[in-house]
Design a protein around this ligand. Structure first.
Ligand SMILES: O=C(O)CCC(=O)C(=O)O
Ligand SMILES: [Fe+2]
Length: 355
C-alpha cells in the first residue's frame, strides 16, 4: 500500500521523484566526482567482431566453425556480443518493450499490486539497497522469475496490460532455447563436450527477468542508472530501448565503451558464473547504465543462473599446469554472502573467489 511505504529517499520510486519534478536527492549522486566519459568503439567492432549469428551456432550449420571462433574471441576478449537471427521477431521484441512501457505507465496504485515480496524478491519496486551509505541507482524495476515455471510468483505478475503475461511466457520459452544453444556453443568453442556447461547449470537453473525504467534525470553527470557491476548470472540477455541510443556502457582495460542499439538484435553478456566455469578464459564484463535528461529509457534483462544448490566451479578439463584453477567453487548462497561483503567495499565477488 502506498500509505505504508516510508517516505525516505531510499524507498521512493524513482519514477515518482522524476514525475514530480523534484530535485535529484543527494542519495543518488556520486560523491566528489563525475561519471567518466565513454567512447564509441569502431563500427567494425559491433558490426563484425561482436556480432554473432545465432542461426550458425548449432552443430548442423556449415559455417559453425567460423561462428564458434568468433564467439570464443568475443567472450574471451569482451565477455559480450550482440546476437541476430535469434528467432524472436522484431515485432515480438517491440511488443515486449511495449508491455513494459505500458506497465510503468499505469497508475501507481495499480503497479503497487505487484509490489516486491521480501521472501522471493519478485515484484515491482526501486533498485535494491545493499548498504546504508550506497549511492542509489536511478531506476525502478519489475523483477519476475520465469523459469523453472513452478517458481513463478504469479501473484506479483501484472494483470495489466492484458498481454503482459502471455508475452512474458513466450519470451521465457525463447530464452530457454537460447540459453541451451549458447551454453553448448560456448563449450564447443573451448573444445569441450557440448553439454558440460549445461550440466553445471542443471535442469532447474533459473531465468529471472527484470523490466527496468530509467526515468529522465536532470543530473546525468552525477547519477547512474545502474552503477558499474558485473552480473551474478552465467548469461544475461538484454533487450535495450531502441528509441534511446545511449544507455549501456561496457568496460575493457579501464576504458568505457558505449553499446550501440542494433535494431532486432539482443545484447548478451556473460556474468560471474561463466567466468568461474570457464576458469577465467571467458570474461564477466563490467558494465553500467548512464542516465539522460531528455528521455526515459526502458530495458528488459533476463538473467540465467545455475541451480541454487549447485557448487559451480571451473570445469576440470580447463585446469592444467599452464592454467591452474583460478576460482573456488561457489553456490548461490555463498555468492550472495560474498556479494554483501564485497559490494560495500567497491569490490567484485570474483576477487573474493580467486585462489
Ligand atoms: O538496462 C540495461 O541496459 C542493463 C541493466 C543491467 O546491467 C542490470 O540490470 O544488471
Ligand atoms: Fe547488469
Amino acid at each position: 500500500m502506498a500509505e505504508s511505504r516510508s517516505e525516505d529517499a531510499t524507498s521512493k520510486l524513482v519514477q515518482e521523484i522524476a514525475q514530480k519534478g523534484e530535485e535529484v536527492p543527494e542519495s543518488y549522486m556520486i560523491k566528489n566526482d563525475v561519471i567518466s566519459p565513454a567512447i564509441d568503439a569502431s563500427s567494425n567492432l559491433w558490426e563484425e567482431t561482436l556480432l554473432i549469428d545465432f542461426s550458425q551456432l548449432s552443430p548442423v550449420s556449415s559455417s559453425t566453425q567460423n561462428e564458434l571462433a568468433k564467439l570464443h574471441s568475443a567472450l574471451k576478449n569482451w565477455g559480450c556480443f550482440q546476437v541476430i537471427n535469434h528467432g524472436m521477431t522484431s515485432l515480438f521484441l517491440d511488443e515486449l518493450l511495449d508491455v513494459s512501457r505500458q506497465f510503468f505507465a499505469l497508475p501507481l496504485e495499480e503497479k503497487l499490486k505487484c509490489s516486491i515480496t521480501e521472501d522471493f524478491f519478485n515484484g515491482y519496486g526501486n533498485a535494491s539497497v545493499i548498504s546504508g551509505d550506497q549511492t542509489l541507482n536511478w531506476n525502478d524495476r519489475l523483477f519476475l522469475t520465469v523459469y523453472p515455471e513452478e517458481k513463478r510468483r504469479l501473484q506479483v505478475w501484472p494483470q495489466k496490460p492484458r498481454k503482459f503475461r502471455e508475452v512474458l511466457h513466450e519470451f521465457s520459452l525463447s530464452l530457454r532455447k537460447m540459453l541451451e544453444v549458447f551454453l553448448k556453443a560456448m563449450a564447443r568453442s573451448l573444445g569441450l563436450k557440448e553439454d558440460i556447461f549445461l550440466k553445471e547449470h542443471g535442469e532447474q537453473g533459473s531465468i529471472d527477468t527484470r523490466f527496468g525504467i530509467y526515468p529522465r534525470c536532470s543530473r546525468p553527470d552525477k547519477v547512474y542508472g545502474v552503477h558499474p557491476h558485473s552480473d551474478r548470472s552465467s548469461i544475461t540477455v538484454l533487450l535495450p530501448d531502441k528509441d534511446v541510443p545511449e544507455g549501456l556502457h561496457i568496460q575493457k582495460d579501464d576504458q568505457w565503451f558505449k553499446v550501440p542499439v542494433i535494431p532486432g538484435a539482443l545484447f548478451v553478456n556473460l556474468g560471474d558464473y561463466a567466468e568461474v566455469m570457464s576458469n577465467g578464459i571467458f570474461k564477466s564484463v563490467v558494465h553500467r547504465v548512464v542516465t539522460n535528461s531528455e528521455r526515459e529509457r526502458f530495458s528488459v534483462a533476463a538473467f540465467c543462473t545455475p541451480e541454487p544448490e549447485n557448487e559451480v566451479g571451473p570445469i576440470t578439463e580447463l585446469i592444467s599446469s599452464n592454467q591452474p584453477q583460478m576460482y573456488k567453487k561457489v553456490n548461490m548462497k555463498t555468492y550472495k554472502q560474498l556479494f554483501f561483503e564485497t559490494y560495500p567495499q567497491g569490490k567484485r565477488v570474483l576477487d573474493a573467489l580467486k585462489i
